[in-house]
Every structure is written in structure tokens, then in C-alpha cells.
Design a protein around this ligand. Structure first.
Ligand code: NAD
Length: 355
């Protein structure tokens, strides 16, 4: 029997609640598909600071590095907001991503048919949207040198090397090969030299994936096209700052922050997590939507473990659950047949997985 080691970082607020439901679903799919998960819990965020004095204890990195993947909840909360910067939960998360070298951030935006009315765009525009933004995560404008500021001047530098562009482009094409085989590379090559190199390297890499259709789009147009006709996109490949903005824009197509998963992938080990935070306002009430975390577990199966069939099974169970009218509180006003708790939602999805 195949055996996978998963590091579980539950974190703060609703993190533990949503991770528990993802584990329920993972165990259900493992029993169905004939493999086994071994979980090891690790501390991060406010809870880690409270227990160890460090938001990212060394042991957490060690546990992550000896696992096949990390499933992550969320960290943060007002309680820790007044700590000095490096002791805050968010600093722990940034350090963690850097330690693991996760250079690719994947953010799918799927619009479930049953929830087309939950989007702020017209149902005819969002119905059927299924795209993924592949964002370069540890280079570009946020990391480039020189950077600095004086009283009346501030500057940053957008830098990409050929090898940085190559590895993220390969990731985007590999992902496209598992989907509709369409990549749109987003840049600003009409103005920026760094984007001209970006485009040149993406074209070079594309020659290794002859089945994938490649197009290029300027970022200003891409921002507009995402709202005008999001269905034209399959994989959007882009750099750090453009991806930051476009992935947030695309996440709003689906209607609730509680639905959206993400993956941060590198050469070592990937981190799979919902895009939402620790939601302190609803923590402990059993009303958080666990679907984003369950869908993150599905991404983990697909991208880290190569278990595409098991991932498909989870995705289909989420769709079936929504189709049958089960909704958590955040989506209660959108065609709910039954409003359920976090734990009930997890159990329903886990149950459908096993059928
Ligand atoms: P948030 O995403 O935690 O919450 C924003 C709003 O969405 C809240 O009203 C919340 O109740 C709701 N919400 C979020 N997830 C939900 C879910 N699964 N189901 C139903 N409703 C949900 O963002 P915030 O309030 O700006 O931040 C709260 C804390 O989370 C802060 O400390 C912030 O730094 C941290 N944060 C952590 C991460 C992370 O761990 N990756 C990401 C973003 C924010």
C-alpha cells in the first residue's frame, strides 16, 4: 500500500477547524483509492509563538522537509498584531515559504455552476470559468535590488534572470498539459526590458511543449479581459507583482473567499493552503467554509503526490455537495437547501468521496 507523509500546520483562528475537515476527506479518499496518509502536526503562527516564543520553530521546517507535502490552515490574529515584526505570525509564514524555496504560486479560480449567483459578475460571464494563475513567487519587483528610499525618493527594481523565468514557465506548461493545454503569458513587454526577456524565454520553453497553445497578453489588457471574458483563460503565467494583482482579481470571480485553494510549489516540497486568513471573527463558531482547504488538499494530491484520480474524486464530491444545496453560512443566501456547519460540510464531502 502506498504511504504518504503529510505535515499538518493548522495555525490559528479557523485554521484547525478547516484542516480537520480536509483530513476527514483525505482519509476517505485514501481508503477509496488504496493508499495511506501519515500526518505529523507542526506549529506555526500565533499558537507557535505562544508555545515556543517563535512563530516558526525550527522543528516545523524539519517536519515539513521530511514530508511529501504540507497542508496549511491559516495564521494570525489581533492578539499577536502588536508584537515586533519578526515575532508576528505573518513573518513566520514568509520565512517558511523562503526556507522551502517555493517559487510558483498556483491559484485556481473555479466557478461552481451552483454558485454563479454568488459572484459579483453576471452569471453568463462567470459560468464555466476554470482557470489557474501561475505566479512567480520569490523573484521580480518584490525582491529585486537595488531598492531603497530617502525622504523624497523610493525605488524598487524588477529583475528576472533567464533561469528564474525558465523554471516558472516549465511549471506553467506542465500544469497546462494536465488541463486544457492553453497558456497565456502575461507581461508588459511593450514597455519593460525585463518583460521582453520574460517573453523570449517563455517562447523558448514553449518549444518543449508543442501540444500547448501559447499566447501573450499585456498585463493591463489581462486585467480587463479577466472581467470581460474570464472563460478564455486556462493557465495564466505571470511574474510576481502582476500575478499578485491578477490572482486576487480572479479569486473574486467565484463568489466566496471560503472556496478558493492555492498551492505554493518549489524544488523541494509544496505548501497547500486556502487563500483566506484565520478569520478571527468567526473562529470557534463552527461556521467556517472548509471547501477552500478541502480543495487545497485536492491540489496536494494532484501536484505533490501525482494522485490525479483521487483529486478528481474530491473535486467531484465538492461539486455534488454544492449541487445538492448544502451550504455553509457564508453562502447561505445562494440557493441553499440546507445550511450546515463546518464539520457537517466536511462529513458530507467525505461521504461522497467514498461512494
Ligand atoms: P480573512 O481571510 O481571515 O477574513 C476575511 C473575511 O472573510 C472575514 O469576514 C472572514 O470571516 C471571512 N472568511 C475567511 N475565510 C472564511 C471561510 N473559510 N469561511 C467563511 N468565511 C470566511 O482575512 P482578514 O480578516 O483580513 O485576516 C485575519 C487574519 O488572518 C489576520 O491576522 C491576517 O494577517 C491573517 N491572514 C493569514 C493568511 C494566511 O495564513 N495565509 C492570509 C490572509 C490573512
Amino acid at each position: 500500500m502506498k504511504h504518504y507523509k503529510i505535515a499538518l500546520i493548522k495555525g490559528d483562528g479557523i485554521g484547525p477547524e478547516v484542516i480537520d475537515e480536509a483530513v476527514k476527506v483525505l482519509d476517505s479518499v485514501a481508503a477509496f483509492a488504496g493508499f495511506h496518509f501519515e500526518y505529523e502536526e507542526a506549529l506555526m503562527g500565533g499558537i507557535a509563538y505562544d508555545i515556543t516564543g517563535d512563530p516558526l520553530p525550527k522543528e516545523t521546517i524539519e517536519i515539513a522537509l521530511k514530508s511529501d507535502a504540507v497542508l496549511f490552515g491559516a495564521i494570525g490574529g489581533e492578539k499577536w498584531d502588536k508584537l515586533e515584526r519578526e515575532l508576528r505570525p505573518e513573518s513566520g509564514l514568509l520565512r517558511f515559504r523562503k526556507e522551502l524555496g517555493v517559487y510558483a504560486n498556483l491559484r485556481p479560480a473555479t466557478v461552481y455552476d451552483e454558485l454563479v449567483n454568488a459572484s459579483s459578475l453576471k452569471p453568463s460571464v462567470v459560468s464555466g470559468v476554470d482557470l489557474v494563475v501561475v505566479r512567480e513567487l520569490i523573484g521580480g519587483l518584490y525582491f529585486g535590488e537595488p531598492k531603497g528610499r530617502t525622504d523624497d525618493k523610493g525605488w524598487n527594481t524588477m529583475v528576472y534572470t533567464r533561469s528564474e523565468i525558465k523554471r516558472i514557465a516549465h511549471k506553467a506548461f506542465e500544469i497546462a498539459m494536465t488541463r486544457k493545454k492553453i497558456v497565456c503569458s502575461v507581461d508588459k513587454a511593450n514597455v519593460l526590458e525585463v518583460s521582453q526577456l520574460w517573453r523570449e524565454v517563455v517562447i523558448e520553453v514553449s518549444s518543449e511543449y508543442p501540444e500547448v497553445e501559447l499566447s501573450h497578453m499585456y498585463v493591463d489588457n489581462a486585467a480587463m479581459q479577466l472581467i470581460r471574458n474570464p472563460k478564455q483563460f486556462d493557465v495564466m503565467l505571470t511574474g510576481n507583482i502582476f500575478g499578485d494583482i491578477l490572482s486576487d482579481e480572479s479569486s473574486m470571480l467565484s463568489g466566496s473567499i471560503g472556496l478558493l485553494p492555492s498551492a505554493s510549489i518549489g524544488s523541494k516540497i509544496g505548501v497547500y493552503e486556502p487563500i483566506h486568513g484565520s478569520a478571527p471573527d468567526i473562529a470557534g463558531q463552527g461556521i467556517a467554509n472548509p471547501i477552500a482547504t478541502i480543495a487545497s488538499a485536492s491540489m496536494m494530491l494532484r501536484y505533490a503526490l501525482g494522485e490525479a484520480k483521487a483529486a478528481d474524486k474530491i473535486d467531484a464530491s465538492i461539486k455534488r455537495t454544492l449541487k445538492e444545496g448544502y451550504r455553509t453560512h457564508d453562502l447561505a443566501q445562494f440557493d441553499a437547501k440546507e445550511v450546515c456547519s463546518t464539520s457537517e460540510m466536511g462529513s458530507i464531502i467525505a461521504n461522497y468521496v467514498s461512494k
